[in-house]
Design a protein around this ligand. Structure first.
Ligand SMILES: NC(=O)c1ccc[n+]([C@@H]2O[C@H](COP(=O)([O-])OP(=O)(O)OC[C@H]3O[C@@H](n4cnc5c(N)ncnc54)[C@H](O)[C@@H]3O)[C@@H](O)[C@H]2O)c1
Ligand SMILES: CCCCCCO
Length: 393
């Protein structure tokens, strides 16, 4: 068996109402002044209320930073880190989606180690200390609460990654009650992003390992069994719980066997057309899988009865086709638009999208089960523009 390493937060608290118990946890981290990182919508929805009450009950000072902006722009991260330094914050808590979690990870780091963000983009370049960090996801989701990754939007609208074990939190608190109010379109997009994490981790060419495989398989089983349910009825707490667990397991999986072409082709849609990350992923997912199929047939076949428990295995070829058809059906059933045209993308945009996707060659595309060049990336976008149906070869 190939050698591998595995790293994940040591402290995970999972359960309905878990965020209400954050006060005792913070006392354990000797917190005296907490910065709560969230965004206006999450705050206005009352999702931080229980945590704020618990922090007050514990006699801990609190500064609320509700300035998180989607895709974690660098200037927001730097501003919040400055607030920490100015006000003597000693602990960072985030309650929100991936944008809030990614913001908080770097706020906790930069508040303690005043690096320049430009100096720490990439792998293992953030080597300093950070403030104690607790992450509470409200989408299911990016899995950012258990990954060593923060994705940052730079001033020139590029998405850059800081990848360092320093970004893993001291504690991940998963409270499914906080996801109950996630609207159906966000539920679908974030759930499909989580499925893409599991699929790409499972087919990762370089770092796939037995633990990332087990995590990806369990994640995919949980996510595919519950996504339609929570899109139809967001009040289903058990289904929401399984989605949150699935997205966390998918995060752990891709943290060790990184994502690939689905994400490489999704990023430019977010950067150029400012579409939400999850939607960008969902718009290209079936088409990238179809492109990969010749090289990933056996692996996709292994996933065919994971996402459809009643599916009877036939042959790798047939099972891989069935797997992609079911992913396509999940996207369709959960309301994902069937064409890139739904977000204003036209034929004239495809070359630029493909050129930008190729910028992820060294970080993401290297993990893809099938090599792809710029022309093939453009052809995949063309298939995604043409809409539901077979993609490019
Ligand atoms: N660090 C990682 O490992 C990792 C992995 C994947 C994606 N990401 C990044 O995460 C970001 C996407 O995160 P996301 O998909 O969770 O969305 P998000 O954090 O950008 O939030 C999207 C919207 O959903 C709202 N929202 C969040 N939770 C809600 C709730 N429970 N009820 C109602 N509204 C709610 C937010 O207010 C926001 O308006 C992107 O920047 C992406 O690059 C990071
Ligand atoms: C290694 C880069 C991780 C990307 C996270 C998914 O957007």
């Amino acid at each position: 068996m190939k050698a591998f390493t595995f790293q994940t937060p040591t402290n995970i608290r999972f359960g309905a109402g878990a965020s209400s118990k954050i006060g005792e946890l913070l006392k354990g981290y000797k917190a005296a002044h907490v910065l709560l990182v969230t965004d206006e919508k999450v705050w206005a929805a009352g999702l931080t209320r229980n945590a704020e009450a618990a922090i007050a009950e514990a006699g801990i000072a609190l500064t609320v930073f509700d300035g998180v902006v989607v895709d974690a722009p660098s200037h927001v991260i730097e501003a919040a880190a400055e607030i920490c330094r100015e006000r003597g914050v000693d602990t960072v808590v985030a309650i929100g989606g991936g944008s809030a979690l990614d913001t908080a990870k770097l706020v906790a780091y930069l508040a303690k180690t005043p690096d320049k963000l430009d100096a720490i983009y990439g792998v293992d370049r953030a080597t300093g200390d950070r403030l104690p960090l607790l992450l509470v996801p409200t989408t299911a989701g990016t899995g950012s609460e258990v990954t060593p990754v923060s994705i940052v939007k730079t001033p020139n609208n590029e998405k850059k990654a800081v990848i360092s074990p320093r970004l893993l939190p001291d504690c991940a608190i998963l409270d499914p009650e906080l996801t109950l109010g996630l609207p159906p379109h966000l539920t679908a997009q974030t759930g499909i992003d989580a499925m893409a994490h599991a699929i790409e981790a499972y087919t990762g060419k370089i770092k796939k390992n037995p633990i990332s495989d087990w995590l990806a398989l369990k994640a995919l089983a949980l996510l595919s069994a519950n996504l339609r349910k929570v899109c139809a009825d967001g009040s289903d707490l058990e289904a929401r719980s399984e989605m949150l667990l699935g997205s966390m397991l998918a995060g752990m999986a891709f943290a060790h066997s990184p994502v690939a072409a689905v994400h490489a082709l999704a990023y430019p849609i977010g950067e150029i057309f400012h579409e939400a990350h999850g939607l960008s992923v969902a718009l290209v997912l079936p088409y990238v899988l179809e492109f990969n199929r010749p090289a990933a047939e056996a692996l996709y076949a292994e996933l065919s009865d994971v996402i459809q428990p009643g599916y009877r295995r036939q042959s790798d070829a047939a099972d891989a086709v069935a797997f992609i058809a079911e992913i396509e059906a999940i996207c369709r059933d959960c309301g994902v638009p069937g064409s890139l045209s739904a977000v204003g993308i036209g034929e004239g945009d495809l070359s630029k999208l493909a050129e930008d996707a190729m910028k992820q060659k060294d970080r993401l595309l290297v993990n893809n089960p099938r090599e792809l060049d710029c022309d093939q990336a453009r052809a995949i976008y063309a298939s995604a523009l043409a809409g539901r149906g077979p993609a490019a070869d």
